[in-house]
Design a protein around this ligand. Structure first.
Ligand code: ACM
Length: 260
């Protein structure tokens, strides 16, 4: 299965330009699944919920998401993209699984980071897996990394690949995701953005270094920090089926939930 990420620098409040950038970058790719950053269409650093609603997409009526569905259809591939999701007066920090026939799943970020709490409603969708060409794929968004329950829940439901759209500002996540792949023996694709959102309320710098990690915590590739990066690699998702870390240690079977 050919999987990867596209790391770029979304421009704040320029969804049309950001969408064009993605469409151009992925125009000729040969892949089954590409992961894009969190809030890839709108940019990240909103000042309040009115502003996030202003730049959000209503999935029922979005030229941008429709264009991405067109791309998935043309290239016969799946995308996972983070976007601000508007549902009437609600606004979620969401990620869509997009296939050739449309949006197949929307996950709404469960664990909001810092000032996101003033700009988004708390996610209300469970951690579930979807199939892409028969492969089980789960989604979590950025700061969900700090809650091991997110990747554990997806993995215990059979996720073979965790797609992880991100806008990381702290420096710990990329290394920590190796641990998430050691403890769950899954693949993880963290698609991060780079650059800076300079806003009246302050400025945030994003860390890039998008990566693909294999079961056992093997880093297959990590991108540079502050550069566009399109990376695609061939993986065997079956590698995520073996949950033994030693001959006598089944990572799921040896759990002691009665003590947790
Ligand atoms: C983050 O969750 N965007 C840090």
């Amino acid at each position: 299965m050919k999987v990867g990420f596209y790391q770029f620098r979304p421009l704040f409040g320029k969804p049309k330009q950001n969408c064009h950038k993605i469409l151009n970058a992925l125009d000729n790719v040969d892949a089954d699944l590409i992961v894009l950053p969190e809030l890839a269409l709108s940019g990240y650093y909103f000042k309040d919920k009115n502003e996030s609603l202003k730049y959000a997409e209503d999935p029922e009526n979005s030229h941008r998401l429709d264009a991405l569905i067109g791309l998935a259809k043309n290239r016969n591939m799946h995308l996972v993209i983070g976007f601000a999701e508007k549902r009437e007066e609600q606004c979620y920090n969401s990620a869509a699984l997009i296939g050739p026939n449309g949006i197949e799943h929307i996950y709404r970020k469960a664990h909001l980071f810092n000032e996101e709490k003033f700009c988004f409603d708390q996610g209300n969708t469970p951690f579930i897996v979807n199939e892409v060409n028969g492969v089980k794929v789960g989604i979590m968004i950025c700061f969900d990394w700090v809650f091991p329950e997110a990747s554990r829940t997806l993995s215990m439901q059979g996720a073979e690949i965790i797609c992880h759209p991100s806008n990381l500002v702290l420096t710990f996540c990329q290394q920590t995701m190796l641990a998430r792949c050691i403890e769950n023996r899954v693949f993880a694709i963290t698609a991060n953005r780079y650059g800076e959102d300079k806003r009246p309320q302050g400025s945030l710098k994003f860390t890039g270094k998008s990566q693909v990690v294999a079961p056992g915590g093997k880093l297959l590739h990590r991108a540079a920090s502050q550069r566009d990066a399109l990376f695609i690699t061939d993986i065997n998702p079956n590698e995520a089926h073996d949950k033994f870390i030693t001959k006598h240690n089944d990572l799921f079977g040896d759990r002691r939930p009665e003590f947790y």
